[in-house]
Write a protein that binds this ligand. Structure first.
Ligand SMILES: *Cc1c(COP(=O)(O)O)cnc(C)c1O
Length: 385
């Protein structure tokens, strides 16, 4: 099939799926539930900052939705990652196993601690961390010492955490990753920022490791403007999360006493009000997105595009639908064709190891990451009214 016919097939579908728009964005938020009501209620209550009824409800709802024992509301996803890594025990000069194929927030959060990144390859189908690559890397490069911890034989540094990411809401092979981390005594933190409403083997993403992190940024499936959450089953960690994110203030009626260096990382009640209204519609949003993804898949097959599909044992939220094009040349032609015809499409992120800040990080061969970086594009995936 001629490229222009293939590309036009996508443009035609998108224009029909999102009618009456000059330019169809990749993912626009929709506020069709109780958003206005709850935000106005928060304003009327005067509790607009980090203490308030909506913050509490948000945390309860997030625990219910994910099945985690505890959820902690955080000001955004990046800071939630930073906090989760601190809670996981990551320290300066430790190493954290991560993906080169991810959004910059994962890499930045590791760097805030002064820890070093190690990039592990992804699987081609999930675009998330490959358990095989993880295993291979550890067997070749790591050793468990008598203190029970795992160290990098090349750098001598302790590998204290591993942070896989569920790319575009497609769950990666997280149970296998969890088993490997357990063997090596490496703390598993899931970057589930993109995968609210995504399940692997009927278990919500973010619940496979010690801690899971979500984002509620404006472009995510559920948004509150800016916001994040940490989930965990560990009561002590949940308590510590609340303490550290409220400037490590010792509870007291009037005294300002702080017992360690803390952070101002709590989600404001105003944002939590918006989040509560959005969470009420999570099932509706995911259903709508999965239906769209199903239609895209049929179209992709007829146009001979490769479609990024969930694993059989997973249920994805299909936050952003992805196509895998033939090569870099076709990808660039596709981006040019669609964007100049009012359909927003985007390439996947530049690999972290190609950015100046992370270019010297240790990495495995990153074969699949390099392959995907040249080929993956996202197409409009927002809620259709
Ligand atoms: C969105 C996102 C985050 C967090 O982003 P914030 O904008 O800070 O909420 C973290 N990791 C990934 C992979 C993301 O997509």
């Amino acid at each position: 099939m001629e490229n222009s016919n293939k590309f036009q097939g996508i443009v035609d579908f998108v224009k029909k799926a999102y009618p009456n728009k000059d330019f169809v964005a990749l993912h626009e938020p929709v506020f069709i539930g109780n958003e206005r009501k709850y935000v106005l209620d928060a304003i009327d209550s005067t509790f607009v900052s980090s203490v308030g009824a909506y913050v509490n409800s948000f945390e309860e709802r997030m625990a219910e939705i994910t099945g985690a024992k505890y959820a902690i509301a955080i000001v955004n996803g990046t800071n939630a990652l930073h906090m989760a890594l601190l809670l996981a025990g990551v320290e300066r000069d430790h190493e954290v196993l991560s993906q080169a194929l991810t959004f910059i927030a994962t890499a930045n959060a590791i760097s805030y601690i002064g820890a070093k990144l190690v990039f592990i390859d992804v699987d081609r189908d999930t675009m998330g961390m490959s358990p095989e690559a993880l295993n291979r890397f550890l067997k070749t490069n790591a050793e468990k010492k008598s203190d029970g911890y795992t160290y990098n034989k090349v750098t001598g540094k302790r590998i204290s955490a591993c942070i896989p990411m569920h790319t575009f809401g497609l769950p990666c092979r997280i149970d296998e990753i969890a088993a490997i981390c357990e063997d090596w005594n490496i703390t598993l933190v899931e970057d589930a920022a993109e995968s609210l409403g995504s399940y692997y083997k009927n278990k919500h993403t973010g619940t496979f490791g010690k801690l899971g992190v979500f984002s509620f940024n404006g472009n995510k499936t559920v948004t509150c403007g800016g916001g994040g959450a940490i989930i965990t089953d560990d009561e002590a960690l949940a308590k510590r999360a609340k303490h550290l994110t409220t400037q490590a203030k010792v509870p007291h009626k009037w005294d300002f006493v702080h017992d360690e260096i803390g952070y101002n990382y709590r989600m404001p009640n105003l944002n939590a009000a918006l989040a509560c209204a959005q969470l009420e519609q999570l099932a509706l949003f995911v259903e709508n997105k999965r239906e769209l993804a199903g239609q895209y898949q049929v179209l992709a097959e007829s146009l001979r595009f490769s479609f990024a599909q969930e694993l059989k044992e997973a249920k994805a939220n299909y936050w952003l639908v992805a196509l895998v094009l033939d090569d870099l040349e076709e990808r660039n032609a596709f981006l040019e064709y669609t964007n100049s015809r009012g359909v927003m499409t985007r390439p996947i992120w530049e690999l972290m190891n190609r950015l100046p800040m992370f270019k010297d990080s240790q990495a495995d061969d990153l074969e699949n990451s390099l392959w995907l970086a040249d080929r993956v594009v996202n197409i409009p995936s927002g809620f259709r009214t």
